[in-house]
Design a protein around this ligand. Sequence first.
Ligand SMILES: [Zn+2]
Ligand SMILES: [Zn+2]
Length: 237
Amino acid sequence: MTTMLHESVKSIQQWLFPGSCLLCAARVPTDTDFCADCDAALPRLTATCPRCAAPMVEDGTSVQPCGQCQQRAPAFARTLAMFQYAPPIDRLVQGLKYYRKLELARLLGRRLAAFVEGHAVANVDRIVPVPLHSTRLRERGYNQSLEIARPLARRLGIPLDYESVRRERATEPQTGLPHKARQRNVRGAFSASDALAGLRVALVDDVMTTGHTVNTLARCVRQAGAKAVEIWVVARA
Ligand SMILES: [Zn+2]
Ligand SMILES: [Zn+2]
């Protein structure tokens, strides 16, 4: 009975508010972002380095880290990258980042949650978005990584922490940091509080390009005592 009622409410909703595909405007059921054709054509990554998600040539054996990771292991254990940074994903990411299309964060965050769930997520205690420098945050008005991390954390039921790491002014001398704050500064780029000590942390970002930023942040978070760090990103360049 309840199921029937639920179903009929759902069909009335769909009749009242039919959705449309974000990419081609085809009609789709409510709460569906893309039509089946557009969804199937999204630039998924097939063969990647298990450590840094750099695209690799599929050789059938896989699981070996890429040459760069073998040469110099990053500070994070693995990277989960949902898409290639290619059309139309680049357009969606840029829409969120530069054109204030904040509704895209919900879409990308929800999808990232489903993607991460497919890769065993039980081992993460905190979701930490890559912070923006305060000047940039003031200019933009929001941190796109935090906006992606909110629906992601909610869906996965993992606590979100956007206060324990900060992006510092690059020119700020390390000695200038207050001792009481118990923060550690790594190359002046980030600081992390010891609130993350002993925890397994997933760092969330919209796009990972060289991996330098997330690696610097991962090292900082590890130095603040985090037990393990992994990276979750919407797209890998
Ligand atoms: Zn479509
Ligand atoms: Zn790699």
